[in-house]
Structures are given as structure tokens and as C-alpha cells.
Design a protein around this ligand. Sequence first.
Ligand code: HXC
Length: 513
Amino acid sequence: MGKAYDKFIERQQLLEKQYDDAYYEKQHNRGKLTARERIALLFDEGTFEELDAFAPPASVSFGKSTKAFGDGVITGYGKVNGRQVYAFAQDFSVLGGSLGAVHAAKIIKIQDMALKTGCPIIGLIDSGGARIQEGVQSLNGYAGIFRRNVLSSGVIPQISVIMGPAAGGAVYSPALTDFIFMSAGTSYMFVTGPDVVKQVLNESVSPEELGGASIHSTRSGVADFAFNDDENTILGVKMLLSFLPSNNIENPPFVASDDPITRIEPSLRDIVPDDPDKPYDVKEVIKLVVDHGRFFEVGENFAPNFVTGFARMGGQVVGILANQPRIMAGTLDISSSTKGARFINICDSFNIPLITFEDVPGFLPGTDQEHNAIIKHGAKLLYAYTYATVPKITVVLRKSYGGAYIVMNSKGIGGDFSFAWPTAEIAVMGPEGAIAVLYRKELAEAADPVALKKQLAQKYREDIANPYIAEEKGFIDEVIDPATTRLKVIRALQSLEKKSISIPKRKHGNIPL
Ligand code: HXC
């Protein structure tokens, strides 16, 4: 080949030169891995194929430009744990990872490829947002990315991993994807940065306080996961991928399990305290029921009164939803309703059955919740459960009162199987509320109203707030021995393997947003 081959090698060497020691040092000094290192960690060794590595940046007439090959983003495909995945990694060392026209075109190319081939796409984000000197070309680039995010939504898994700044336009693509990871301490997300906040509001705030991983994984709920560094964040991404199918036509990966389906777990009989007002940790229930006790929690620190995450049961991936009695008595509020609804939508998009563990006294009362539209947000959870067509199984552990009974996947809204433990309390409202309404006069006239209230509450529990009326009426399929929960749920799950239901034809439903 001679000269032609020499030229080819010369170009390869030029590219390699771009990634010199200074390139690594600059990022490492910021406590971050480089885009190249991140890609190497994500993909199985030697499987990553880079595309458009030599794409030159668009020329600009204003100020700073770059000559870097690839325009500040590495794009391509390869295998992650043996499965085909597309990815892009923004390179902060090139104009702050900002998005110019070529940078955007490269991302768009792999978005199209991922959608066309039915493969997950992962974005490793480290970017100052729209490249200022490329003006409207940058904005149009974002528009193209956002459009593809929306077109791919519910078709292929889209995962965003924030590993540095995600400022301005850089936040909206992640917001349109299925999951957001953040590397704690080095990443932050905001629409407008601290400088603008200072100028407009005269408010001083650090990037971490404005949009760091702890804020977004606890208060705003924007991030589903926060890990302490780039390495662990990427390990988390790989773990998440192991629960997801490559697209909406496939089933999630089945992993044969040697954890017996018939495993009986006597300790479950003692988990719910005798005192109905005492808390317990619902995660203990989950871990005792799923394969090998492995539960991968999603959104662990946001709305912790509602637990969501993935596990396997009998080898099959399931999405778990559970009220957490340890926090706010497991009540449903705005944050937990939106968290649950979003998780249900993701599971339903990707053929992941839903298993619900219920112990909920009701919706959280109060002006704060009402004025901030708990009606609308609670309806999201109701809507999502009802709309989902994947297999849906509920186990009522303890409280199941009022609207919360209906919302949490009751059979009336389309739940396939409902089981209850003997400790279940299923009624219109809890004993205290019910007695106050039904026996107001008697209590007012009683010599010892406290004793009367206690006595009536006990009678209410025995006569009304128990699982047996619901079982007799068929709203609960079976009251089960808690020790057999794993067996009962897996058998139900297996019986639903070929579940097929049709919903009325329409363009799309109108979830209360
Ligand atoms: C061009 C940019 C850039 C940008 C950073 N750089 N952001 N270049 N366009 N948007 C360049 C810097 O000039 C600098 O170049 C290098 O990247 C590193 O930036 P530093 O500021 O030195 O780094 P750091 O102190 O770590 O701060 C990072 C940052 C900050 C927080 C991201 O750079 C910043 O605030 N950038 C602007 C963020 C922003 O407001 N973006 C919004 C754009 S508007 P040199 O040559 O000095 O190394 C937008 C609208 C789209 O995105 C809306 C769609 C919905």
C-alpha cells in the first residue's frame, strides 16, 4: 500500500498525540477521568469502535476556537457485558465539552444508529452547554438531540451519566432520558449557573449547592443515582443495564437462579410489628423475597418513603415498588407519587413486571401538599399503574386504606394478582378516623372517651380492617402465610408470562402532568 498506508498511520498518530500527558493531567487534577478513560471503563475490553474521530470543528468567526479532532466528543459503539450499546463521552478538555454543530452531529448520528438497531444509548456528560461562539448552530444541535431523545423514549433505554458540569442545554437531554447518574463532588446540573444567579438575583450559591449530586439525588429527584466517583458511577451504569432489555420489543435478560423458587422464609412472619403504628424496614421484606436478596434500588435518597428498584425473581427481572413505613409512615406524597409513576412507566415501556409491597396509611394530608397539587401528582401514580400492561402483582403487608388502597395497584384498576398477609388492614380509613366519624356523639357523651375509643378501634380492626372481607369478595386473591411470599409471587409471575391485554386505540393517553 505504501504511501497511502503511511498517510493513514500518520493520521492515527496525530489523533493519539491529542491525548498526551497534559490531556490526562488536566482532567485528573479536577478529580475526574478523561472521556477516553470513561469509555474504556464502560465497554468490554477491546470492543469499542469509535466513529468520526477526525471530524473537524466548525469554523467560527468569533473568538476562541479549537483544532481538536472530534470536536470535543467521543462517539461510537461496542459491547457492555456482551451486549451492543452506543455511547458518547464529552471531552471537557475541548472548549469545556461545549456543544458545537459538529459535536451535535456526531451525537445525533449515534442516536439514530441506536434507535435503528434497537440498542441502549449512554451519554457521558461533561459540558458547559451550547458552544457560545457557534451561536444558533449550537442551539439547533441541541434541538436535534432533544428530538431524538423524545423519539427514542420508550423504544430503547437511554441513560445519562453526569460526570462534570451539565449546564444550560446540556441538562435537557438527560432530563428526557430514562435514568440520570451523577458522580458526587465533581458533577453538577443547572439550567443557569451560579454567575447568572448572582447577576439576576444577587444570590451567591456554589455549583454544588445549586445543582450538585446530593441536591439532585435527594431534593429535586432529577438524578436517580449518585455514586462517589467516576469508576463507581460507571459500575452502577453497567449494573442498571443488566436489568434492562435492549429495546421495547425484547424482554429483559433472564438469568437462571439457583435460589429456589420454593424457598420458605419464616422470618417474614415476624417482620410486621404487633403494634400497627410501629415501623419496620420494607427493604428487609424485599431482600428476603427476591433472588439471593439482591435489590438494585433506583432513587434511593429521593422520596425514601416510597422504594423503587430492580431485582430478579425466579431469574426474571421485576420492578419493585414498596411503601416504606420507616419514613413518614409510608404515606404517599407528591414526591413519592411522581417517583412511583415514573418508575412504572419505565418498567412498562421495557416489559418489566411490577411487584408492589403495600403498607400505606393514605395520602399525606396538609396545606403544603394540597396547595402544591397532590391531587394532580397522586393521579400520576394512579394513571401509571392503571395504564401499565405488564404483569402487576401486589402483596398487602399491612395498611391499605382509602385512596391509597385503590392507587397501589388494586385489582379494580387492573392489578393481576393481589395477595395479603394476615396483618393486612384494608378499609376506607384507619380505625381512629373511622371511629371519630361513626361514633362522634357516643365519644362526646362517654365517661371515659379514651377507653371507648380504644375498644372501638380494636373492634373495627377485627370486624372491618382485616384482609378476610377483601378475600371473600375476591378483591384479594388469597391471604397468604408471609413465609410463602416468594413462592406465591413467582408462581403468579410465571402464570402471567403470556399476559396479553389490549387497551383502547388512541394516539396516546393524557397522563396528568
Ligand atoms: C464555549 C465554553 C463554554 C461554552 C465553558 N467553555 N463553557 N466555551 N461555550 N458554553 C470553555 C471556557 O471558556 C474555558 O475555555 C473552558 O471551557 C473551561 O471552562 P472554565 O470556565 O475554565 O471551567 P470551570 O471553571 O470548570 O467552569 C465550567 C463551567 C463554566 C461551569 C461549565 O465554564 C461555565 O459556566 N460555562 C458556561 C455555562 C453556561 O452558562 N452554559 C449555557 C450556555 S446556553 P479555555 O479556553 O479558557 O480553557 C445553553 C442554551 C441551550 O446551553 C438551551 C437549550 C434548552
